[in-house]
Write a protein that binds this ligand. Structure first.
Ligand SMILES: [Zn+2]
Length: 257
């Protein structure tokens, strides 16, 4: 088995869906290939984090009906129970499991995509945050040094976001990355609070915001989003930390030094 074959099968292998022969082949390959072994570990981490961190919702009746209809549609015609055709029943059952899994995966995939479909900034900020935390691309520049993070971001944007390390106040700076909000590249500062990650999207205050409103707070899909303006910028903080901590934090970063 070469790397190409192995990477095509890694996900199925991780889910325990391969037959013993192919499992053994991929295991032999993983023993000798650090690159594929790293991919396997990455998949395992992602799976664990999705299970632990993605909020679960009960499917609505409409979604339930759509899944059911799609599964039924995808099913091969039910095999006729005839003597001597017993194995077809098993084959049919196998195909059913496969189709159901695929259709279900497709629905989950669309549901995740629908998350980001709205042009609502809060939804977009939460989607950016989820993508970054689950996708292993939390920072483009990993540094607790504001004098490293700020120039890195300024060089890639047409504005210069204020950057502070708030370690002394319990919010160490982890780094920064370039993300997208409202169809524009946006400076994203990454902070830590205890075991939590806080993303802060910073951009110049849009002209439509005449006077600085107080901190506003929203909750979406289990994440809190706190908004503030200050230091000539607009600040959106997204995290799973408690609303009061996040509001205090966003007010603090917006206020500047
Ligand atoms: Zn390999």
């Amino acid at each position: 088995m070469d790397c190409h074959e192995a990477s095509a099968l890694l996900a199925a292998y991780g889910d325990g869906e391969l037959d013993p022969v192919r499992s053994a082949a991929i295991e032999r390959h993983l023993l000798g290939c650090a690159e594929c072994a790293a991919k396997r570990d990455e998949l395992a981490t992602l799976r664990t984090r999705v299970r632990a961190e993605v909020p679960y919702y009960r499917a609505s009746a409409g979604l339930r009906a759509r899944v059911r209809a799609a599964v039924e549609h995808a099913l091969p015609a039910a095999p006729r129970p005839q003597a001597g055709r017993e194995r077809w029943r098993w084959l049919g059952a196998g195909a059913f499991a496969g189709c159901a899994a695929t259709v279900f995966a497709w629905f989950i995939g669309s549901a995740v995509l629908e998350w980001g479909a709205g042009n609502d900034i809060i939804a977009e900020a939460v989607t950016d945050h989820t993508r970054a935390t689950l996708g292993n691309r939390l920072t483009d520049v990993a540094s607790s040094d504001q004098h490293t993070v700020k120039p890195w971001l300024s060089a890639r944007l047409d504005y210069s976001p204020p950057v502070q390390d708030l370690r002394a106040e319990g919010f160490p700076l982890v780094g920064g990355r370039l993300d997208y909000l409202d169809r524009h590249p946006v400076a994203t500062l990454v902070y830590r609070y205890r075991e939590h990650t806080i993303d802060v999207f910073v951009r110049p205050v849009p002209a439509r915001i005449a006077s600085a409103p107080p901190v506003t707070l929203a909750t979406l899909r289990g994440f809190n989003v706190a908004h503030a303006t200050g230091s000539g910028m607009e600040w959106w903080a997204v995290s799973d930390v408690s609303p009061d901590v996040l509001s205090g934090f966003v007010a603090r970063v917006a206020q500047g030094n």
